[in-house]
Write a protein that binds this ligand. Structure first.
Ligand SMILES: O=C1C[C@@](O)(C(=O)O)C[C@@H](O)[C@@H]1O
Length: 231
C-alpha cells in the first residue's frame, strides 16, 4: 500500500497489528514496532487491515528492543517491505551512513516502500546547529528525515519547532517530535511547522515513547491546529 509523506500521516504505533481495526478511521497508518512483537513476519503475513504499515524494527542501541545484528535486523525490515501492506520502513540514520544500511534502503525502495531515516536522542535536545545537520542528513538519505529528541524545557521544544520550520522551508521532508513531558505539545504543534508524521498508541497505556498522546487526542489536536495550511 502506498505511503508517501506529502501531507501529514498519523501513525498508530503498536506491537500488535490486531490494533488496526481500532485505529481505522482515526489513524492514517499503523507503525508496526516489529522489535516489540513476538513473530513480526508472521503477523505481517496474516495482516488483513486496510491501513498501510510503517515498519519499524528499532535497534537496542537506539532505544528499541531488537538485539539482532544490524545486518540481520535490516534483513528482517527488507522482508517486511515485500509485504503489500508495508508502505514505508524506518531505518536508523546511523545505519544509512554505512553500506549495509544503504543497501537495505535500496532494496526497500525496490520493493515499493519509502524510507524513513530516523534519529533519536533519549537524553536531550541538541544545539540548533546539530539539530539542523541531523535532520538535513536524515532527509537526504531517507525519503523522510525523522528526528525525535528529549525536551526538558520550553526552549528545547521551541528549538525543535524552529528547526522543523527551517528544514521544511528548505524543501526537506521531515518528521519531528520531542519526547518527555516538556516536549508533549510538540507532537501536536510540529505538524503546523511541517512535520509529516505523528506517532500515538491506540491506548495511552501502550505508549511507545515518553509523552505520547493517545491516537484520538493527537488526531483532534493536529486537525484543529493544522486546519489552515496556508499560514
Ligand atoms: O521513532 C519513533 C517516534 C517515537 O519515539 C515517538 O517519540 O513518538 C515513537 C516510536 O514508536 C517511533 O518509532
Amino acid at each position: 500500500m502506498d505511503l508517501s509523506f506529502d501531507s501529514f500521516v498519523l501513525a498508530a504505533s503498536t506491537a500488535d497489528l490486531g490494533d488496526e481495526p481500532a485505529a481505522r478511521g482515526v489513524a492514517d497508518a499503523v507503525e508496526f514496532r516489529m522489535d516489540l512483537a513476538d513473530d513480526p513476519l508472521s503477523a505481517l503475513d496474516e495482516y488483513d487491515g486496510s491501513l498501510p504499515i510503517l515498519a519499524t524494527n528499532r535497534a537496542d542501541w537506539e532505544g528499541g528492543e531488537a538485539d539482532a545484528s544490524d545486518a540481520e535486523r535490516l534483513e528482517t525490515l527488507v522482508a517486511a517491505a515485500e509485504f503489500d501492506a508495508v508502505g514505508a520502513v524506518d531505518i536508523e540514520l546511523a545505519c544509512l551512513r554505512a553500506d549495509v544500511g544503504v543497501d537495505a534502503a535500496t532494496r526497500v525502495r525496490d520493493a515499493g516502500a519509502t524510507v524513513v531515516a530516523s534519529v533519536h536522542d533519549f537524553d536531550r535536545t541538541p544545539a540548533r546547529s546539530e539539530l539542523i545537520a541531523l535532520l538535513h542528513e536524515a532527509a537526504a538519505l531517507g525519503d523522510v528525515g525523522k528526528l525525535a529528541v528529549t525536551a526538558h524545557s520550553n526552549a528545547d521544544a521551541l528549538r525543535l519547532l524552529d528547526v522543523t520550520h527551517t528544514a521544511t522551508e528548505w524543501g526537506d521532508t521531515v518528521a519531528t517530535m520531542a519526547m518527555g513531558e516538556a516536549g508533549r505539545h510538540t507532537r501536536a504543534v510540529a505538524p503546523v511547522y511541517g512535520s509529516k508524521i505523528g506517532y500515538a498508541p491506540v491506548d495511552a497505556a501502550d505508549a511507545t515513547a515518553p509523552g505520547q498522546y493517545d491516537i484520538q487526542t493527537l488526531r483532534s489536536l493536529v486537525d484543529d491546529l493544522s486546519s489552515n495550511p496556508d499560514v
